[in-house]
Write a protein that binds this ligand. Structure first.
Ligand SMILES: *Cc1c(COP(=O)(O)O)cnc(C)c1O
Length: 418
């Protein structure tokens, strides 16, 4: 169906089986929120949960809450709620630390596994367009180890296969590219790595909660990802980590803090890693922030990733079609793949003055974000974005472009976070 009116979009919303989930989120009036790929919206339940953690669990329970309020088990309990979203089994995922830190841990462990098998494998292969922190962490680890480890970067996903060889220890890739929205085929890319004897580390930051993931079916070795994007955990909420069971007990990780110890309260002077993915924890967890992750995850329990994916693709298809038909005379270039099998849950569009155009959109209540160079990035979270929202967002974009309001000086100044 070709959509040409707002009424058609409103009809799609009325027929949307997921429309009730929108009420689980609190969004300000007048805002169309297309940045859930950067910071997910707030689950309604998060305010009461935050108050409960602070006033009751901390305020009244005090230290007792580690036992009585389930604080100590929280990383595992949340991990078990993430597991079905990523194709992991109960007990295989923990929520802890940040994505950057978890990447450091799994990369270090993967390099140790490989060093024991074949010390000649010194190369970490990744994409130059990977999220910068991933590249910085890999580079930092290679420098720290000082054993000839190096990072080899390719310029396009099709080059990954050719970059893997007998020297490769690890392939470190992000399933959905943060800038372009390009989706890698996890199963095929993992198979390429394994064929060459490399281990595959997957960053799921832009795919967890956005599309179905099956780590076991893909044969992945390690995975990490954040909870504050599509999982709606709150600003800076802790990340998650998964390790394939066959690799998990082979080595531990270098941030061998007491929370990853087999018996933390034995207070023994020597480190003995815990059995299971708990060994990927380090120190005391940020309970206040971590507790709110559960509010976002509990909403996912009311639907399934197949239904969310179907709506996500319908939303991004509609957005692309409307931008192309209604903003046709403007210099916009679609960056995100049209092919569903290659598309995440975002649409990235290049405009020569992308920064100013996005600033003007945000002032009008259409919140996406800007990514260097020249890219307008729109994230579509099917839990709370509807089809009429897509129509309205495109109309604001058309208005900003037709009226050239983005040329105003106030849209040229950059803040610290874009
Ligand atoms: C958002 C994102 C991160 C963020 O890492 P933090 O440690 O949470 O700052 C890392 N990698 C990718 C691919 C991301 O999209």
């Amino acid at each position: 169906m070709t959509v040409t009116t707002r009424e058609q979009c409103a009809a799609l919303d009325r027929e949307d089986p997921l429309r009730g989930l929108r009420d689980e989120f609190e969004l300000p009036k007048g805002v169309i929120y297309l940045d859930g790929n950067s910071l997910g919206a707030r689950p309604r339940s998060a305010a009461a949960r935050a108050a409960q953690v602070v006033t009751e669990e901390w305020g009244v329970g005090l230290i007792r809450s580690w036992n009585t309020a389930g604080w100590f088990q929280l990383p595992q309990r949340l991990g078990d709620k993430i597991a079905p979203l990523v194709g992991a089994k109960p007990g295989e995922v923990v929520v802890t630390d940040t994505t950057s830190i978890n990447l450091f841990k799994v990369l270090a462990a993967a390099l140790r596994v490989q060093a024991a098998r074949d010390p000649a494998r010194k190369v970490i292969v990744s994409e130059r367009s990977n999220f910068p922190t991933d590249l910085y962490i890999a580079q930092g680890l290679a420098d720290l180890l000082q054993q000839g480890y190096e990072l080899r970067l390719v310029d396009a996903p099709e080059q990954i296969g050719a970059a893997l060889g007998a020297d490769t220890a690890v392939l470190m890739v992000t399933e959905v590219n943060y800038r372009t929205g390009h989706l890698l085929d996890m199963r095929a890319v993992t198979a390429q790595a394994h064929e060459k004897g490399a281990l595959a580390v997957w960053d799921l930051c832009h795919s967890a909660g956005a599309l179905p993931i099956d780590l076991h079916a893909a044969g992945a070795d390690y995975a990490i990802g954040c909870t504050y994007k599509y999982l709606n955990g709150g600003p800076g909420s802790p990340a998650f980590v998964w390790v394939a069971p066959a690799l998990r007990e082979q080595f531990w990780q270098p941030l061998s803090g007491w929370w990853g110890h087999e018996a933390p309260f034995a207070m023994a002077p020597g480190y003995r890693p815990a059995q299971g993915v708990q060994r990927y924890m380090c120190g005391t967890q940020p309970i206040t922030s971590m507790a709110l992750v559960e509010c976002g995850l509990d909403i996912f329990a009311r639907t399934d990733m197949q239904a969310l994916r179907a709506k996500s693709l319908a939303l991004t298809d509609l957005f692309i079609a409307l931008v192309e038909s209604r903003c046709a005379r403007h210099p916009l270039t679609l960056v995100t793949p049209r092919d569903h099998a290659r598309r995440g849950s975002q649409v990235s569009i290049e405009h020569p003055q992308g920064f100013a155009v996005m600033a003007a959109l945000i002032e009008r209540g259409v919140i996406g974000d800007y990514r260097e160079p020249r890219i307008l990035r729109f994230g579509f979270t099917p839990l709370y974005v509807g089809f009429a929202d897509v129509w309205d967002a495109v109309e604001v974009l058309r208005d900003v472009l037709d009226g050239e309001t983005w040329k105003d000086a106030r849209f040229q100044a950059r803040s610290a976070v874009t």
